[in-house]
Design a protein around this ligand. Sequence first.
Ligand code: GUN
Ligand code: ZN
Length: 428
Amino acid sequence: MTVIRHRAELLSVPQDPATAGPSAILHHPDGLLAIEDGHVLAFGAWDDLAARFAEAEIVDHKGKLIVPGFVDAHVHFPQTDRIAAHGEQLLEWLERHIFPAEAAFAEKAHCDEVAAFFLDELLRNGTTTALVFGTVHAASVDALFEAALARDMRLIAGKVLMDLGPEDLRDSVAEGRADTEDLIARWHGKGRLGYAVTPRFALTSSDAQLADAGALLAEHPGVLLHTHLSENLGEIAAVAERFTDESDYLAVYERFGLVGPRSVFAHGVHLDDDALVRMGQAGAGIAFCPTSNLFLGSGLFDLARADAHHVRTGIGTDVGAGTSFSILSTLGEAYKVCRMRGRALDPFRALYLATAGGAAMLGLGERIGGLQPGQEADFVVLDSAATPLLARRTAGQSLHDRLFALQMLGDDRVVAHSYVAGRCVHSR
Ligand code: GUN
Ligand code: ZN
């Protein structure tokens, strides 16, 4: 197999610097990333490694920074065309903007068209892996997986279970199970794809469907559970009104066997300490979605409190409630939300959450997120001089300050190239 040497500044944060300390930050100002057969062969200083691969082709990204591909831990591909829909908070926004848009995914041709645009948009933004909501239609997930397979992307998705949804966007317990089992059988583990059992949230599934989601999760050991939790005060009040026997929102999911180490919950904005302790003990994860939480006025996620209770965290754009496909922009908003909560989010920690941290939460930490030898070669080449302002602000600055500027000021414009399994799939 052919070896390719990429020469650039290299940065990878495979461990959480909040717990592992500065040794978690792997940095080579003049680095060599050697790729063979879609995997990382070597990651280190150019001077140390160049001779070992003297015969190999060189791709010189002079002046640019290579980091692992970004992991979007929560996003809705069928909401691509409803990003930036003006007006309401969560429940009204779903009724007015989202459910009508999702109803259009009954047409496979529409699913195909949006799936292709969506994945190309992820790659343009440097996102090489995502945990994705489809719609209630199994064909939406077929379309997304077909498009991801064609791009060789590592992607996890699921058909939405919602037997209490609006009339034109509703399945039954039996249909939800049959579609889910069929999709798992046809797609889970094919290429780089994985499946997530995806009840929309507590309010759109009957008790019987939530119980069946728990059974599906138990019957399929490799799949994830992906849903929403404690996002918005109106939503939380409606959950409390329906589930009078449960002590809180998380307890609803606990009752149905949905809270464990394979569970990823979007938001968790309003969880109290008791719920966070239970999540930490269960090994469940939260996708922190700052642009969505600000856009819908949902609230300010408390990352420090989630950390204190050892709850795993990743970063989600949550498009279409989220307002950007860019994980860099999303990290800029995450910084501001943490600031409002009285903390600063360190840029290296932020990069960890958006790469190896998200990968670990998705059960993919062995494969992606870190660029150590043996990992799959998903990486992005960032240009910190992509705009006049960024060039001016980052010139001659420390890595810490350049990385922070990329997060506060950067977006798709700084993504010079995206590589998936060693292959360049986007160039600006
Ligand atoms: N809760 C239930 N469905 C949704 C959705 O589509 N987006 C968001 N942000 N929250 C939800
Ligand atoms: Zn969402």
